[in-house]
Design a protein around this ligand. Structure first.
Ligand SMILES: [Zn+2]
Length: 707
């Protein structure tokens, strides 16, 4: 056996095998904190915990030798991590443990991950979050960010976020629970931009940033809070107080990314004149930072909007106007005290921005993403993007890293992204550089070890399943063009009640390739079933089925609808020449579509399970049930066309007219035929029935001047 054969994740900085094995069942008599979750209280050799204040804060030394097991550390975190690693060894070797010595400590002090509750409003499920915390602790993650935005039961505000949101009691419970696993909870509430859900209620209509009177404030659809509106400020400060009371946090992340509307209304205009728009943002953050600092809390801010002060803004190219730059740089220098800036890049490294923030002496955390929301199933390819970012982070010696999860919904949830969280966590613990995937851990080793640590198996079916379904250049996704490899696959299943949409969205890519697609879909289905048997189910394994469910449904629906298309087209060709065959073809169409009804069962079951167990949006269930109902409507309509005078409408028109809301600008295509239909088939609504053209008279004024 070699050191590399040990299935420890993240792999320790130093391991020495001392040769030989000892038969023993280590135990701990009175376990501190959560150590008892990793070492049993019964056995034949008591684990010795040795205090050694010379060791680094989260470091530990683990010795297994003839007499037993010793774990040395300077603090609780190190003892906990020693116990976790011992547990991994017991899982691999049972009662016959290898004699060894491990010396380990983290490369980065701050190792964070984020779960997203806002953006499609994920209901709070305590059981899952606790399980997730244990998973993260094993990866030695020490900060868990909860992206709440405003989806939290703020006691000082009306119940604006709806039911089943995390409450202050939940927060206290989870903070205490996580503490035992050396994880600090960071609540994240976006106090500026990204507040569209929050601001979509009339109660807050006057709190929006209304840009330059562009729209009357009464009907504004702005998606940001005004930073200077006294009522908006009061609400933000009440919310921050609520978070402090419940979470007692070290950090509150206040967002501040992608702010599209700022500095344009009556409350902000004077300040914007004086400081520019970035200045309005900075002075708001300074105001909040001052308050949080007075309450002993660090302020977390996304970095992107601050990059307008850098020489080169990789984020959106926006640059601060020269005349505002000196004042803004002063504000930026003030802001860095008591603040952490999160330099986020989800598809690669960040040398330029990280250099900018480091030069400005900020505490920086590099934020990557599992990218689950953008993909059809979390792709292992994303681990390379995370790596590129963390190589830069570790090169610049920043405080640490964060791996974010965003937009859980339409079949996707953070639970599916374990391997990408694990890769990021291992990179932050062990380090990563240009020569290694993770220091002391090749990509292959990482995959096998993470599989063993999480699912207790050496059978690679699950890893193969993820590769087959998620590799951007794999056989399956190669069938789809770049803009349709990702979330659009899940959307065509979970995001519509229009039964034709799955065909319309996928036939362009799959026409003539259905045989090839079928082979890939079969393979992922077989791999999933194999993985289901070999992997230990912690109660959430079924969530990983998303790719098999989605592609299984798409395959069946597109194949059946393509057959239907053939009959429908044949019917159209003989409509005015052979009435009998016309009717027969339409009957065939209806019978063909009938066979599709069963195809809705697996995705409906999946979506319902995801809602119940992970709190994922319930609308997917309703949409799929709606699609099934609308399939019956489609069948009735096809049969009705038998006796109809009208030429068969093109399939794409049926989709829009029967199930969608038409979006034609001037008129609804063949409007007269839909108006003359009866009952449920009568359609007359057109969403953009007329539009307002913006009239720009400035050039007229110019011409007038010159007259
Ligand atoms: Zn304003």
């Amino acid at each position: 056996m070699k050191e590399q054969d040990l299935k420890i994740l993240p792999f320790p900085r130093k391991v020495r095998l001392d040769g030989g094995f000892v038969q023993m069942r280590p135990y701990v008599k009175t376990p501190k904190g959560r150590i008892g979750s990793f070492i049993p209280e019964e056995g034949d050799r008591e684990v010795k915990f040795l205090q050694n204040s010379a060791l680094p804060p989260e470091g530990y030394r683990l010795t297994i030798y003839g007499k037993g097991v010793e774990i040395s550390a300077s603090a609780y975190a190190g003892f906990l991590y020693g116990a976790i690693v011992l547990d991994m060894l017991v899982k691999q070797f049972g009662t016959y443990l290898p004699c060894l010595y491990i010396e380990d400590e983290p490369m980065a002090a701050h190792r964070g991950t984020q779960v997203c509750y806002a953006q499609i409003n994920v209901k709070y499920r305590e059981k899952w979050l606790k399980k997730h915390i244990v998973d993260l602790a094993k990866l030695r993650v020490n900060y868990l960010y909860l992206y709440l935005e405003w989806d939290y039961a703020f006691p000082s505000l009306p119940p604006l976020s709806g039911k089943e949101m995390m409450t202050p009691e939940d927060a206290r419970e989870i903070v205490a629970f996580a503490k035992g696993y050396n994880i600090k909870i960071v609540p994240a509430c976006n106090v500026l931009g990204h507040t569209s859900d929050f601001l979509a209620v009339q109660y807050l209509n006057d709190c929006k940033e209304n840009m330059d009177g562009e729209t009357n404030a009464k009907v504004s659809t702005a998606r940001a809070l005004c930073p200077n509106n006294p009522r908006a400020n009061a609400i933000v400060f009440r919310a921050l107080d609520d978070l402090i009371d419940a979470f007692q946090p070290e950090i509150i992340h206040i967002g501040g990314d992608e702010v599209e509307h700022i500095g344009g209304d009556k409350y902000c205009r004077a300040e914007a004149e004086r400081l520019g728009r970035t200045g309005v943002l900075l002075s708001y953050f300074v105001k909040i930072r001052d308050y949080l600092q007075s309450r002993g809390v660090i302020t977390g801010i996304w970095g992107d909007k601050l990059l307008s002060l850098s020489e080169e803004n990789r984020y959106d190219g926006e640059k601060c106007e020269e005349k505002y730059l000196p004042k803004n740089l002063e504000l930026l220098d003030d802001l860095r005290h008591g603040t952490i800036v999160y330099d986020w890049w989800y598809t690669g490294g960040s040398e330029k921005s990280i250099r900018f923030f480091s030069e400005k002496k900020f505490n920086v955390i590099s934020a990557a993403s599992v990218h689950g929301c953008m993909t059809s199933i979390p792709s292992f390819d994303q681990q390379l993007n995370i790596r590129a970012l963390f190589i830069d982070a570790l090169d610049y010696g920043v405080k640490g890293g964060l791996v974010c999860d965003w937009i859980n919904g339409m079949g996707y949830h953070a639970e599916q992204a374990y391997f990408n969280f694990a890769a990021g966590a291992a990179m932050l613990w062990s380090g990563t550089d240009k020569d290694s995937f993770i220091v002391n851990c090749s990509r292959e080793k990482f995959e096998k070890d993470s599989l063993f640590v999480r699912y207790g198996t050496t059978d690679t079916a699950l890893i193969d399943y993820f590769h087959e379904a998620g590799d951007i250049y794999g056989k399956l996704l190669s069938l789809f063009p770049p803009d349709r490899k990702g979330v659009s696959i899940r959307k065509s299943v979970f995001y519509t009640d229009n039964p034709l949409m799955v065909y319309i969205k996928n036939i362009t890519d799959l026409d003539g390739k259905l045989g090839e697609y079928e082979k890939s879909v079969r393979r992922i289905s077989v791999l999933y079933k194999k993985a289901e048997k070999s992997c230990k189910d912690d109660g959430y394994f079924y969530a990983l089925k998303v790719a098999a469910v989605a592609h299984g449904y798409i395959l069946r629906a597109v194949s059946v609808m393509d057959k239907f298309y053939g009959y429908y087209d044949a019917a159209a060709k003989v409509q005015y020449t052979d009435g009998e065959r016309f009717g027969e073809y339409l009957d065939l169409c209806a019978r063909t579509l009938e066979t599709l009804k069963g195809a809705y069962v697996p995705p409906i079951r999946f979506a319902a399970w995801m809602h119940e167990n992970l709190g994922l949006e319930e609308s997917s269930v309703y949409r799929l049930k709606g699609a099934r109902k609308n399939l019956s409507k489609l069948i009735r309509f096809i049969l009705r066309l038998k006796g109809n005078y009208r030429p068969l409408p093109a399939i794409a028109r049926i989709s829009d007219s029967l199930f969608g809301t038409d979006r034609d600008v001037w008129w609804k295509m063949r409007d007269y035929e839909w108006i003359e239909e009866e009952g449920e088939f009568k359609k007359y609504d057109v969403e953009l029935g007329f539009y307002y053209e913006r009239l720009d008279w400035s050039h007229i004024k110019e011409m007038e001047k010159n007259l």
